[in-house]
Each structure stands twice: as structure tokens, then as C-alpha cells.
Design a protein around this ligand. Structure first.
Ligand SMILES: Nc1nc2c([nH]c(=O)n2[C@H]2C[C@H](O)[C@@H](COP(=O)(O)OP(=O)(O)OP(=O)(O)O)O2)c(=O)[nH]1
Length: 139
């Protein structure tokens, strides 16, 4: 890369597909966050030296005040936004303890997988949702 090109930021994000009674947890980013008012899976950036599952457990406590059990990994999804690139590492999860309290998001909804695309998701999430819908269809 020449010195005139600017290095694009690439963030690596672990995210939780939290399931309960056949429904999945969808979270609305607040107006003050990056990608405001888009729906997403809770989670966040993996810190240096941190494992993906470790990151997810930490983020779920920080963002929602719940302990999660981390299960199956879905396929990582990379997306280029206008100003940065992101790779999402999605995992099926379930809440092991605690009640959801929103420390960052403005709203959460429990949705049947087939209804998820009625919301306006962050663009990077679309392949993850499609894979998850196929998985949940197979029962
Ligand atoms: N947690 C999460 N982040 C997502 C999803 N889809 C998606 O594009 N992202 C993006 C939004 C953020 O730019 C990044 C996650 O970073 P973050 O939640 O730790 O950080 P942030 O945006 O609140 O804070 P920052 O970039 O201003 O430091 O990944 C998703 O499903 N879940």
C-alpha cells in the first residue's frame, strides 16, 4: 500500500443469536451508536488476546446484564461499509442467568426466525440471518 492510501479499519465482532422457546433476540442500536437505529445481534468487538466466545460472554454482561452459554458457531460474514469493514462471528447462545437490562440498545424484540427480515438490519447481518433461517427450518 502506498503512503497516500488510507488503511481501512477492519473490525472483528462476535455476535450472539440468542434463542428462547423458538424465538430469537433482536436488538436495536440506539441513535447515538455507530450504524444508528439498525437491528443487530448483541455482541461487540473482539479485544486483543480475547477469544470469540470469551468476547461474547463479556459483551452480553456489559450490554444486557445476562450470562450466556455459547453454542454452535455459524459461518463468519464479512461486509464492507462505506467507512470500514466488519467480520461477524455468530454463535447460537442461550441465557443461562439474569434478566435482560438494556445498557446500550434502545429496544429488543424476541422474534420468530421467519419474521426477522421485517426489521431493518445492519447490512452485514443479512447472510447470517439467511443461514440462521435455514438452520431453524431444519428444526
Ligand atoms: N454487535 C454487533 N455489531 C454489529 C452487527 N452487525 C454489524 O454490522 N455490526 C457492527 C456495528 C459496529 O460498527 C461493530 C460492533 O462494534 P461495537 O458494538 O463493539 O462498537 P460500537 O459501534 O458500539 O462502537 P464504536 O465502533 O463507536 O467503537 O460491528 C451485529 O449484528 N452485532
Amino acid at each position: 500500500m502506498s503512503h497516500t492510501e488510507k488503511q481501512r479499519r477492519h473490525v472483528h465482532v462476535a455476535c450472539a443469536i440468542v434463542e428462547r422457546d423458538g424465538l430469537v433476540l433482536s436488538a436495536l442500536r440506539s441513535a447515538s451508536m455507530n450504524l444508528p437505529l439498525k437491528w443487530e445481534f448483541p455482541g461487540g468487538k473482539i479485544e486483543p488476546g480475547e477469544g470469540r466466545e470469551e468476547c461474547l460472554k463479556r459483551e452480553m454482561v456489559e450490554e444486557m446484564g445476562v450470562e450466556v452459554e455459547v453454542g454452535q458457531a455459524l459461518t463468519p460474514a464479512t461486509h464492507s461499509y462505506p467507512t470500514f469493514d466488519v467480520t461477524l462471528y455468530p454463535y447460537l447462545c442461550r441465557i443461562a442467568s439474569g434478566e435482560i437490562t438494556l445498557y446500550e440498545h434502545s429496544e429488543v424484540r424476541w422474534l420468530p426466525p421467519a419474521k426477522m427480515l421485517e426489521l431493518e438490519w445492519a447490512d452485514a447481518d443479512l447472510p447470517v440471518i439467511l443461514e440462521y433461517q435455514q438452520l431453524s427450518n431444519r428444526g
